[in-house]
Write a protein that binds this ligand. Sequence first.
Ligand SMILES: NC(=O)c1ccc[n+]([C@@H]2O[C@H](COP(=O)([O-])OP(=O)(O)OC[C@H]3O[C@@H](n4cnc5c(N)ncnc54)[C@H](O)[C@@H]3O)[C@@H](O)[C@H]2O)c1
Length: 387
Amino acid sequence: MVDALGVAVVGFGWMGRVHTQAYARVLHHYPQLTVRPELVTVAEEVPGRAEEAAARYGFASTTRDWREVAADPRVRAVSVTAPNFLHREIGVAMAEAGKHLWIEKPVGLTADDARAVADAVAKAGVHSAVGFNYRNAPAVEAARDLIASGEIGAVTHVRIRLFSDYAAHPDGALTWRYERERGGSGVLGDLASHGADLARFLLGDITSLTADTAIFVPQRARPTGATAGHTLATGGDLGPVENEDYVNCLLRFTSGARGVLEACRVSVGEQNNYGFEVHGTKGAVLWDFRRMNELGVSRGTTYQDQPVSTVYVGPGAGEFGAFQPGAANAMGYDDLKVIEAYRFLRSIAEGTPHGATLADAVHSAAVLDAMARSAETGAWADVQPGG
Ligand SMILES: NC(=O)c1ccc[n+]([C@@H]2O[C@H](COP(=O)([O-])OP(=O)(O)OC[C@H]3O[C@@H](n4cnc5c(N)ncnc54)[C@H](O)[C@@H]3O)[C@@H](O)[C@H]2O)c1
């Protein structure tokens, strides 16, 4: 028996579209799901954008005011895909209204914001999912399994990188992303949040870190109209970039492993260069998002001059089998969001969490808070998910 589940999307920029498409596709890939998402309503403050989304994707209604979504009895689950500064207010309100919550990372501006949403979700007894999509990549799940199996020995160190050029253009508009009050900590929330989640997903908790941050493009032109994504703006008044373009960080894990996490949004020549290299006492495992379905694996007993093989993951690795029949048939970014939607809906259907939840968001946000503290003081900072 399939139960219809009314869903809403709040904020229809890039992520709003990707969540909507994931709801539309999820049953194609997961016919066993016992809940069927129905696109009830979309909330968007830019005039015309919600109506356009409804016409294209089939939402039954539209609104400019997300509070109407909280009050709408047809809606049982909500995607919060609005800018970071709205995550706390909207996330808490939706949970208090009894709506299951799929919310984008970094879940607010600080760990305190993420904890507030996590507390509201726990109190309301609703289910949650968080947009840490990279951990959904089948190759990343295979890497995690490989590490846990002990095949690469005890993990000694990891390098995690997230390099992008999305803010590299000097004419990139001064959108909400570059303001501390609306975007938070810049590249920390945008990219390092994913890196912190990947680090913990693969290797367990991070205990302490030391970080250095920088702003490399200090001023940008204010946009003259509504924006979405990474709009260019020329000729407008210049305003200050208030948050970080770059972070570099040394990590210590509970396990004793060490790590380096580096993230930059103004890296000319880098397009989504996201990945990791995990080294153990007997081997290594390497992943690059741009070749999402491949792993570099070094294993054996030779230690020195031990080769690295390319492994194309296939059915059996994570959720690969829900998308492709055999290894080396490519999956893409949007598929990771379909997996996220599946795990969210499965959590609701089964009453047990699957996939990244708000507890994971609190851990990631606590790492970001520690990075900000360390960058300010120049000292090592403890990661404090409990506050
Ligand atoms: N998981 C990922 O890989 C990933 C990638 C990009 C963005 N994100 C996250 O998703 C969120 C949105 O990012 P985006 O790139 O889609 O941004 P975006 O700027 O493209 O879209 C945000 C949308 O929210 C709308 N909005 C703003 N205030 C609103 C309000 N009060 N009510 C309703 N709508 C409102 C804007 O008009 C815009 O259409 C951010 O938190 C970001 O960190 C996650």
